[in-house]
Design a protein around this ligand. Structure first.
Ligand SMILES: Cc1cc2nc3c(=O)[nH]c(=O)nc-3n(C[C@H](O)[C@H](O)[C@H](O)COP(=O)(O)OP(=O)(O)OC[C@H]3O[C@@H](n4cnc5c(N)ncnc54)[C@H](O)[C@@H]3O)c2cc1C
Length: 477
């Protein structure tokens, strides 16, 4: 904490946002004790929270955010932006104390442009609430993370998130036209109005994925879409994962665009997927969904994808499985499917091009299995989703039902899994993360991921944040 008396700090923050929107240390530490990173949850459970803010504040306007940042510069007080606290990499934890700035007070939709199908929405808006408001108007956001009920627009942008429809509609960076943000020194900036231009580097993209280190996003212009008139489902099993991957590759490189494309390996198909859709599944299984405004086009795309799958030895399963998957698409992430303490859990989600994807799958899953002693009964369920024209993401979800009772030992086991999986994936040609971000968990691997480019990132950080107050240490910066 900076050399300022707590009561003086609270007074000065209260002068900006009002006394009711400032929390002193005990309340702040209770409210913002940890995000959804396994270790943050385990540490909270052990009474040793990772996140230890000295004060928290909940502004209502972008101008208040700017004033708070200027005050923190004057006092050299670290700031951690907090969206929904749903991040799984530890990014939102105030591990160096200082101030947590909860953005959820900035939750207005400022304006609509019905002609361009865009709208300006504030950063603290919860994704689910935003979607519900749009749906009432026949529109949709098409960014559907499984954490939709917690995640904010700003947190999704800051963590470079992705949703279940990404294989057609893209990741969050494809939904955002521009952002309004407060710089680390307290100026309010609008990035260029559209992302496609030739007026220098794309400033918006610098903020996307910056995890709170380069600025605090206060609003964004978002691309909207009309609700689809039709959805068609296709569910196919394959004798082996390689055939499924090849079918997926052909679907994507030939220009078909399924919003949902989830290829479950045999472990994920027979465990989590099978349970969620009430169907016995014993082979790698591909769940695909096509949607759109024109039903005939949707059917045509689904038929073309079906032919590709059949040509690769796929066996058609009932479409009802796909419909059930869609209805229950979030259940995988909540009890009883989601693990709870004393388990250790987490997802190594990496991304690679088609030339490397199969090798990455084998290297990553084998490395994770090899590092966990047999008596811990590791379960590892992996799927490939978020497909691109050039590659795909691999989502290796691990769970150790009962970890060591000692927190430090449990963390060592957890870290060993992530080190083994991440290093093996990178060595086999992957990038170490697709859509969960870096946070504290992956920060130790940034140097290896970026090489000499890490120094460029450091210089950008130093130039923008000379007092190093925005999320110091995050992203390995
Ligand atoms: C059950 C579950 C399911 C999930 N499913 C998905 C999924 O399908 N897709 C996906 O992408 N992620 C998923 N996640 C991860 C998480 O929800 C995302 O990373 C989400 O984008 C985080 O948003 P948030 O608002 O909760 O951000 P937080 O967790 O609060 O913050 C994340 C990072 O962004 C920074 N930040 C937050 N708001 C701002 C802002 N306005 N300006 C600058 N920096 C900011 C924080 O400091 C932190 O560094 C899931 C998590 C859980 C627990």
């Amino acid at each position: 904490m900076a050399a300022v008396a707590a009561d003086v700090l609270i007074q000065r923050l209260s002068a900006i946002v009002g006394a009711g929107a400032v929390m002193a240390a005990p309340e702040a530490r209770a409210q913002y004790a940890g995000d959804q990173w396994w270790y943050a949850i385990a540490a909270m459970g052990a009474g040793q929270p990772v996140s230890r803010p000295d004060v928290a504040v909940r502004p209502q306007t972008a101008e208040q955010v700017a004033q708070i940042v200027r005050l923190c510069n004057e006092l050299r007080l670290p700031i951690t932006p907090w969206g929904g606290g749903s991040g799984v990499q530890g990014a939102a934890n105030a591990d160096r104390g200082g101030l947590v700035i909860d953005l959820r007070g900035l939750d207005r939709v400022r304006s609509f442009d019905h002609k361009s199908l865009t709208c300006v929405v504030e950063a603290g808006k919860i994704v689910r609430d935003f979607e519900a408001e749009l749906n009432a108007d026949g529109l949709c956001f098409t960014h559907y993370p499984a954490s939709t009920e917690w995640a904010t627009i700003g947190g999704s942008i800051a963590a470079r998130g992705s949703g279940v429809l990404s294989s057609k509609y893209g990741k969050i960076e494809d939904h955002v036209l521009n952002v309004e943000f407060v710089t680390p020194t307290g100026e309010l900036v609008q990035t260029p109005a559209v992302p496609r231009h030739a007026v220098g580097p794309e400033l918006t993209q610098l903020l996307i994925g910056s995890e709170g280190t380069l600025g605090i996003i206060t609003a964004a212009t978002i691309k909207l879409r009309t609700l689809p008139k039709k959805r068609a489902f296709l569910v196919v099993s394959f004798a082996n994962l390689a055939d499924g991957i090849e079918a997926g590759r052909q679907i994507m490189v030939t220009g078909l665009r399924p919003p949902v494309a989830r290829l479950y390996d045999v472990h994920a198909a027979s465990h989590s997927l099978s349970r969620a859709v009430d169907a016995p599944l014993s082979e790698p299984t591909f769940v695909l969904m096509f949607d759109g405004e024109y039903p005939a086009l949707v059917d045509l795309e689904a038929a073309a994808a079906r032919d590709i799958c059949l040509a690769h030895g796929g066996k058609l399963l009932p479409e009802r499985i796909g419909e059930l998957w869609w209805e229950r698409r979030y259940v995988f992430y909540y009890p009883p499917y989601a693990p709870e303490l004393p388990s250790i859990w987490g997802t190594v989600d990496v991304v690679a091009d088609f030339a490397h994807i199969e090798a990455v799958y084998h290297a990553t899953t084998e490395a994770i299995r090899a590092v966990v002693p047999a008596h811990y009964n590791l379960s590892l369920n992996t799927h490939l989703s978020h497909w691109y024209e050039w590659g795909s993401m691999i989502y290796a979800r691990m769970k150790i039902p009962i970890g060591p009772p000692d927190l430090a030992e449990a963390k060592a086991l957890h870290d060993a899994v992530f080190r083994a999986g991440t290093e093996a994936a990178m060595k086999a040609g992957a990038l170490m993360n697709d859509h969960h971000g870096v946070g504290i968990r992956l920060a130790p691997f940034m140097e290896a991921q970026y090489g000499a480019g890490m120094e460029t990132l450091r210089r950008i950080k130093q130039a923008m944040d000379p007092n190093n107050i925005l999320c110091p240490g995050k992203l390995g910066l």
